[in-house]
Design a protein around this ligand. Sequence first.
Ligand code: URA
Ligand code: CA
Length: 434
Amino acid sequence: MHFVDLILKKRNGGRLSEDEIRFFVSGYVEGRIPDYQAAAMLMAIWFQKMDERETADLTFAMRDSGDTIDLSAIAGTIADKHSTGGVADTTTLITAPVVAACGLKVAKMSGRGLGHTGGTLDKLDSIPGFSTEIEMDRFRHIVADCGLSIIGQTSALVPADKMLYALRDTTGTIDNISLISASIMSKKLASGSDTIVLDVKMGNGAFMKTKNDAECLARAMVSIGRTAGKKVEALVSDMNQPLGNAVGNSLEVVEAIEVLSGKYRGDLCEVSLTLAARMLLLSDMAEDEQAARQMAEDALGSGRALDTLAAMITAQGGDAGVCANTSLLPRAASMVSVTSPKSGYIREIATGEIGMAALLLGAGRATKADTIDLTVGIWLKKRLGDYVNEGEELAIFHVNDTTKLEEARSRFIGALVLGDKPPVKRPLIHAVIS
Ligand code: URA
Ligand code: CA
């Protein structure tokens, strides 16, 4: 097989066979196919697309490029969830302990964030003493004992994705449904869970800006899961404003703990409980949707979910005291109030821009090499549809380094569109794809 022939085949609109796709993935991972040829193939795929069968074959070839995790020794059903990424999207830290408190086992391997804010691992790193680098055997024990463990993806898990994602990132080939779904699902399938609920974000703070694109991505991933013989379901949820009020790593842990303590509800709580109920239902832990929702509500309301999070934190070396007293989490040196330059209803929020403002304060990475300041970020005081008076507080910035404070403030103010009338209220969950 000459790889240039496969590039030509795809460029001209042909369908690649399973063997040809495996030749591509293994050839690239093992260094026989150079970057320039792999990049040409990715661009051919971007223009000509892949059908369902090709997308599944690409996913399985990527999954098989490294280690796969065997969790079969753990009794009970192992559930996983995945979000395609948004701003103030702290659902994992709420949903995972909720379902674990209901008896589902959650063995989660998470990534670090690139862009706006940190990923789940960065957030967990802000808990004093907490380790996300845990040996596989210990990971399995923690899942069996506490019902929940969240660790970092080992470098041996889907090496093909690490290489291909870096290449896509620099060749304008990230935004293709087949490449995104193969990237996400190869990692999910290699992680060894029995059931997977996907949270596909849709809106101005997400990869997928329209309902149609989000549903296409959701359907592609559910189809791959079904072909692999796993139970997979996807929600399409709204990302036209930050989901929670906290944007930034330790701040998001504070908010997750406040939600788990029953201090307040709101959109983050609602999406987290909806995800939890879908996970319970998909894993046959409940009779129907209503019963699943009730189980999730009870786990949260009784405090059992918070206790489960505390047990995981202790098992992974962290100070579980943060669950009772969030002031034990590291804080930034100063808090700066950001007020509204005019009065009106908040009609629109450019969600990605809020993420960028937090990034300017140091909460996210502009490049892979950047280090994150885990303590800084933004705590929103107003949401879509709220009325604000001129001079009223919109948010509190948690700040250490003030060099980009004014840039962050103007970016934040510029992200809000105020008007005379309230906006039309949008649903939080747009669709369930199963
Ligand atoms: N997240 C991933 O893991 N991969 C993609 O390609 C896009 C989002
Ligand atoms: Ca099992």
